[in-house]
Ligand binder design. Structure first.
Ligand code: DGT
Ligand code: CA
Ligand code: CA
Ligand code: ZN
Length: 575
């Protein structure tokens, strides 16, 4: 049987999630989580190792090794099958509501037959939770609020993070076809909305048939939904629909504008075309009198022919960008090439880092970074944090690595934990010994807005805190984030000289584009950070850049677009 490290990693991660739901020993849960992470990051193919070699891998415990071996021999893991049978899917969904632990989720399922968010919403409305053991009015209130913050009913949308790997893989496979010219994903995914309804694929080609056929036959395709001449729709592995359109190369740019959207952006752009005696559709920009095609081959050409500056895809939300592009005042937003380094990254010195410091730094250097801040977790984080002694030892280890990393400046920092009232790890003197510090909320995520806001502002007042990590704390589609007063936070960031992170993980995108816009309007600085825990995470920067673009941030607004001296000035100014 053919299997990949990723398959195994997914199975172990699911075991961990289900064990956690059953309220089992956190160490056991953690062991499976850790094994899943280690395997995902292991460069060698597990299928080629003997059971003994697998058991010797760092971070793989004895029981994980046994499950892996079972999977290798039989293609399934009995423990996982039993867990799946034991924990209904609806319970897993309930347990994702903040403030609703595994125990309550199981209780609601057993007593009221609830399975899923819709059931919970209805039960709350009908007051059916009231009589249940241990669930007071306060709990009801909290659950209502949590559901609200998890967003409107959004069940058929998926986090962009889930769609990206599928879209990227499909694009790569389509691009390899002899019949295919340019290939891209468009729609909300290209604009990098947090969640997407489907994947919109676009291929330039004069031979649509073989391209359409390839998608229908692709191994990621589960079912063909529609196969027309202009469009093929399929259901892919993750329950995600993908729509493929094949367009002639001369219309590529017009089609890309059209199918990237948003609809509201397109409406505005078409209005402008009409006023100029032109018609814009997915086939091109046409002269209304002669019918001749004025533009269409590239997006740049289309916008230029409309007398507009090029509008980067993430900005196309009808948020003033069309007028600004026509008036020549669209901000020159940050691009990946402007970003010179990373200010938030982890190594295996902290428990959740998957790669060694040497590997992380080497990879960052090969990617062309000029600097990289090692910011492993500080001591107050249970299990993963580094004691003072370990931090000092890490500083020594960085010194020893420096010689081999010419061209890359390594900053030694930490990701501090913002305590209940904004207090931090270690002490002032020790903190000022770091080159650069991130501070993040990792605990007490459900405090009332005013307290939560005050707490983060208090951390920003500290002279050693240079950036607030994932300021909102959301995990897209799973966790709504802390309740904070964004206006107060951005004002304090500007006032104290503290940057706000744009966490580039597609699971987070935190700050959101909208909040980035408020931050830069308030004069605050943002930092686009991968918060990498593995080598693969280093590739997330593009998503952080797209999010910053959604927020109209220019390079001048972004801390890690400064050179090392500029960065050190930013740190020094606060001290
Ligand atoms: P989604 O899929 O809900 O996350 O959002 P989008 O923006 O990807 O929307 P989708 O997939 O329905 O369509 C992709 C793009 O195609 C959309 O952003 C604009 C364009 N489009 C689709 N249908 C229409 C339409 O009826 N009128 C106009 N003007 N544009 C459309
Ligand atoms: Ca779409
Ligand atoms: Ca679509
Ligand atoms: Zn971090």
């Amino acid at each position: 049987m053919a299997w990949t490290n990723e398959d195994v990693s997914r199975q172990l991660a699911e075991i961990a999630a289900l064990l956690r739901l059953r309220g089992e020993d956190p160490f056991k849960v953690r062991a499976y989580e850790r094994a899943a992470g280690v395997i995902a990051a292991t460069p060698v193919d597990l299928a080629e190792l003997s059971p003994e070699e697998i058991a010797r891998l760092k971070g793989i415990g004895r029981s994980s090794a046994r499950r892996i071996d079972e999977y290798r021999r039989t293609g399934r893991i009995d423990m996982l099958e039993r867990l799946r049978a034991d924990v209904p899917a609806g319970v897993a969904e309930l347990a994702r509501v903040p403030g609703l632990g595994p125990k309550t989720a199981r209780l609601l399922h057993a007593e009221l037959g609830l399975s899923g968010l819709d059931d919970l919403r209805a039960a709350l409305e009908q007051g059916r939770l009231r009589g249940l053991a241990g669930l007071g009015e306060k709990t009801e209130q909290n659950l209502r609020r949590a559901l609200e913050r998890m967003g409107a009913k959004d069940d058929d949308r998926v986090p962009a993070a889930d769609a990206l790997p599928v879209a990227e893989e499909l694009c790569a496979r389509l691009a390899a076809l002899p019949a295919a010219g340019r290939v891209a994903y468009a729609g909300s995914l290209r604009r990098l909305r947090e969640t997407v309804g489907d994947i919109d694929l676009l291929v330039a080609s004069d031979q649509p048939a073989p391209v359409m056929a390839a998608l229908r036959d692709d191994s990621l395709t589960v079912r063909v939904l529609a196969a027309g001449e202009k469009k093929t729709s399929v259901l892919t592995v993750r329950g995600l629909q993908a729509d493929l359109r094949v367009v002639e190369p001369a219309a590529w740019g017009a089609a890309l504008v059209y199918f990237t959207g948003s609809k509201a952006h397109n409406v505005r752009v078409r209005e402008r075309a009409v006023r100029r005696g032109l018609t814009l559709n997915e086939y091109g920009l046409f002269d209304r009198v002669t019918g001749g095609r004025v533009a269409g081959r590239t997006e740049e050409e289309v916008y230029a022919a409309l007398g507009m500056a090029f509008v980067p895809a993430p900005m196309r939300e009808d948020a003033g960008e069309v007028q600004a592009a026509a008036d020549g005042v669209l901000p020159d937003v940050v691009t990946a090439a402007d970003v010179l380094g990373d200010l938030h990254g982890h190594t295996d010195w902290s428990g959740d880092g998957k790669a060694s410091m040497q590997d992380m730094l080497g990879a960052a250097r090969r990617r062309g970074d000029r600097y990289w801040a090692v910011t492993d977790h500080a001591e107050n984080l249970v299990m993963n944090g580094l004691s003072r002694e370990r931090m000092v030892a890490q500083r020594g280890a960085i010194e020893r690595l420096r010689g081999g990393l010419s061209g890359l400046t390594v900053l030694h920092g930490a990701e501090l934990n913002i305590g209940a009232d904004g207090e931090l790890d270690y002490d002032r003197e020790f903190l000022l010994g770091f080159d650069f510090c991130v501070a993040s909320v990792h605990t007490l995520m459900h405090r009332p807005r005013e307290e939560q806001t005050r707490r983060i502002v208090a951390a920003m007042e500290h002279p050693a805190v240079n950036v607030i990590g994932h300021p909102v704390g959301r995990i897209i589609g799973r966790r709504p984030g802390y309740d904070i007063d964004v206006e107060v936070i951005v004002e304090a960031a500007a006032r104290t000289g503290t940057a706000l992170e744009v966490n580039a993980s597609p699971r987070r995108l935190d700050l959101s584009g909208r909040m980035v816009r408020r931050a830069v309007e308030a004069g605050a600085t943002v930092a686009i950070s991968c918060d990498a825990h593995s080598l693969g995470d280093l590739g997330n920067r593009v998503y952080g850049v797209a999010t910053a673009q959604r927020g109209w941030a220019r390079a001048a607004d972004v801390l890690n677009c400064r050179d090392v001296d500029g960065l050190r000035d930013f740190v020094a100014a606060k001290r």
